[in-house]
Design a protein around this ligand. Structure first.
Ligand code: BGC
Length: 739
């Protein structure tokens, strides 16, 4: 990183100076209690967690005991709290109001994992910018997003909230989301501040169980989990959120090494860090603090600035300082960081600029916002399988089966901010509107997978009378997201049985899979001729899906490998080769025939490879790689290698290709992954069109956490693999990195 990052880097030098002066003079005037107030955040709207002992939000704001509120509620309520802080408290310091705007505010976009599947950072930036415009108009200053947790465990429900298994894709999405939320100017009334979360390692929860233990090596922390945080910091993320998990047995929220040394030191991040919900208090449950006071001391000393709802700071910090157990300078530093975000937002000049009923009426759910949501949804549909059943033709008689085709609530996914099911258009509605009598709906299975005899009979009858079946399957929206881990990630309940009966009718079946995680769809992949991974597509679910089913090219690619069975987890593209790699052509789904086949890294009852690899997704077009070339045989540390790929669409309809560049470092001071994504570019091709894309690699792209504990690239030979997924490689070349 070539500069320190913090919210004041986002404003002009002249503004920065004014804000810094303001902060300095406020700090001189503040009592210790007022300082602690700035570090205290409480929840206003729905109290699902521990409240700060008896502190009423309005009273707290009026008495200067609060710095921030989350979930402030309606615009009117938000204004009331702000008035109390500004007009009644002694120093009139405005509150900063936060909300989880995760994938849209009222115009709900596809869940973030789906957005990542678009492999289109510009589009994802546009989505975040729409979310910011709407949220800011409704009085929100600050979103607790993006989640940039890398995860290789689809059992973990929060894979839905981030960008999947890969640090390069994750970093691109982190940058895009931060830029989209924050825009160019944090004082602008259509931008909000971002919060990169959950720092760090949360996605590595053991066994995919929410809030579980994390045990990460330094190597994995640096190479896999940290890069998207670095990217978010470099893109100017104004705040970070500490995570619930431990690192080296020390909870991240009280972890000086993670917060002070790594984030503030190595990454040079100057911004504010808020805890996750009650995470300071949870230091006690973790067993690393004996009581709330000790928890507060550990957190402030580790460098945690704002306490979200635990009350540790509000109740104990002032006493700890008076008792000499915490230095007041630690408190001052945290206050400076909190005030800096208020300054960056322009709240000292106008604390009410984000409350504007007229702007809210005009901007929220604007037609162009819905249009962007529809585009993102289309671009995030992943065509997993297709034998030509898709796209459908307008004259097809369609049996639409499954309640997920008719569930507006489900389409929004988890974490939907102000999302309203009444705004969501379902597939059933769109098909009825566009194709009328040609579509027969049968409820089939509930999202949880319940299928009664009547429902089964109705679905089968509809299938028999149709040219094609569109079966909406998957899981309920609330089965992913926070607190929604699954030990089994197959289709819930009787959904597979229903699919079997539909396939038996002989009518071709298209499965549309709604889920917030990859599901182990092994049977479906083998028996259903066309499968679309739809995720939760948001308010424009119906129109976007109907577009894709009837011919718009599905633009998504998998941001996570799809396992065949839970037993393979974690399965991801950048695994190490191991000392005994299984030969690529070895069938590991059967017990080994001889010793030569036995003592290699394999299962005896399942292929090693995932069901679908990272990066996979089909197009309706037909893309051929005409040529791929590297422009050099060697580069030095300041050099650049350009990978050039010419792709041509040979079909008479549009196609999408995501050109993916993977690198393998043949020899390193530590074992190196089989391949790692290092670049990608999405190309849309008209019928017959050909395009050339160029992707560059530098020594930075080759860096890793070496045996000398340095983040650097080591000279040697690197293989470059270019292809349409981590496994579908169309070109292999190599080059040298020389000193
Ligand atoms: C979640 C965070 C969220 C916070 C505030 C926590 O439970 O882990 O991601 O931002 O609540 O709602």
């Amino acid at each position: 990183m070539d500069r320190d990052c913090g919210p004041l880097d986002l404003v002009s030098a002249e503004r920065r100076e004014r804000i810094e002066d303001r902060i300095e003079s406020l700090l001189e005037e503040m009592t210790l209690e007022e300082k602690v107030g700035q570090l205290t955040q409480v929840n206003a709207d729905f109290a699902t967690g521990t409240p700060v002992g008896g502190l009423d939000e309005r009273e707290g704001a009026a008495s200067g005991q609060l710095g921030s509120l989350l979930n402030a509620g309606s615009l009117e309520d938000a204004r009331r709290y702000q008035e109390a802080a500004v007009e009644e408290s002694r120093l009139g310091i405005p509150l900063v109001l936060g909300l989880d705007v995760i994938h849209g505010y009222r115009t709900v976009f596809p869940v973030p994992l789906a957005e990542a599947a678009s492999f289109d950072p510009d589009l994802v930036e546009a989505a975040a910018s729409v979310a910011a415009t709407e949220a800011a108009a409704a009085g929100v200053h600050w979103t607790f997003a993006p989640s940039v947790d890398v995860s290789r465990d689809p059992r973990w429900g929060r894979v839905m909230e981030a960008a999947g298994e890969d640090p390069t894709l994750g970093s691109a999405m982190a940058r895009a989301r931060v830029r989209g939320f924050q825009g160019e100017d944090p004082t602008a009334v259509d931008s909000i501040l971002a919060c990169a979360k959950h720092y760090v390692g949360y996605g590595a929860s053991e066994a995919g169980r929410e809030y579980n233990t994390v045990d990460l090596s330094e190597t994995r922390l640096r190479e896999v989990h940290l890069p998207p945080f670095r990217a978010a910091a470099e893109a100017g993320a104004a705040t970070f959120m500490s995570s619930f998990n431990v690192h080296e047995r020390v909870p991240a929220t009280g972890n000086e090494r993670l917060l002070d040394d790594l984030l503030r030191g190595d990454l040079g991040y100057e911004g504010m860090v808020v805890s996750d919900w009650n995470a300071v208090g949870e230091l006690v449950e973790h067993g690393s603090a004996a009581d709330l006071a000790e928890a507060g001391r550990q957190a402030i000393e580790a460098g945690l600035d704002m306490d979200m709802v635990s009350g540790a700071y509000a109740e104990h910090l002032a006493d700890l300082v008076r008792a000499g157990e915490v230095e007041e300078t630690a408190v001052d530093r945290a206050v400076e960081r909190v005030l800096a975000i208020k300054g960056a937002l322009g709240l000292f000049e106008d604390p009410y600029q984000y409350f504007d009923e007229e702007r809210a009426d005009e901007r929220i759910l604007a037609a162009e916002h819905r249009e962007t949501a529809r585009e993102v949804a289309r671009e995030s549909q992943v065509l997993l399988e297709n034998d030509g059943t898709l796209p459908l033709s307008a004259d097809d008689d369609v049996a639409l089966v499954g309640e997920l085709a008719d569930g507006p609530e489900e389409m929004l996914g988890a974490w939907r901010a102000e999302g309203d099911p009444d705004d969501a258009v379902t597939l059933r509605e769109t098909l009825a509107e566009r194709h009328g009598d040609a579509v027969t709906y049968a409820p089939g299975a509930t999202p949880e997978g319940e299928v009664s005899d009547d429902r089964l009979a109705g679905a089968v009858e509809a299938a028999r009378g149709a040219d094609v079946v569109v079966a909406a399957v998957g899981e309920p929206a609330e089965w992913s997201g926070e607190g929604a881990s699954r030990a089994r990630i197959d289709l819930p309940g009787e959904q597979r049985g229903l699919l079997e009966r539909l396939v038996e009718t002989g009518t071709p079946v298209v499965a549309v899979v709604f889920s917030g995680r990859p599901l182990a769809l092994t049977w479906t992949a083998e028996h259903v001729p066309a499968v679309v991974q739809s995720w939760f597509p948001g308010v424009e679910a119906g129109p976007a899906l109907a577009d894709v089913l009837y011919g718009a090219d599905p633009g998504g690619r998998l941001p996570m490998s799809v396992p065949r069975t839970e037993g393979q987890i974690p399965v991801y593209h950048s695994q190490l080769t191991t000392g005994r790699p299984a030969p690529e052509d070895l069938d590991t789904s059967e017990p080994p025939a001889d010793p030569g086949e036995k003592y290699v890294s394999r299962y005896i009852d399942c292929p090693n490879a995932p069901l679908y690899p990272f990066g996979h997704g089909e197009t309706y077009g037909e893309v051929t790689y005409r040529s791929v070339a590297l422009d050099a045989e060697a580069i030095d540390r300041d050099g650049e290698l350009t990978v050039t790929a010419t792709v041509e669409n040979e079909a008479d309809r549009p196609a999408t290709e995501v050109v993916q560049v993977y690198v393998r470092d043949r020899v390193g001071s530590r074992a190196r992954p089989e391949r790692e994504l290092k670049g990608f570019e999405k190309v849309r091709l008209d019928a017959g069109e050909s395009r050339t894309v160029e992707l560059t690699l530098t020594a930075d792209d080759l860096a890793f956490w070496t045996a000398d504990e340095e983040w650097t690239a080591e000279p040697g030979t690197f293989d470059v693999l270019v292809g349409r997924s981590a496994e579908d490689v169309v070109f292999e070349g190599s080059f040298e990195l020389i000193e």
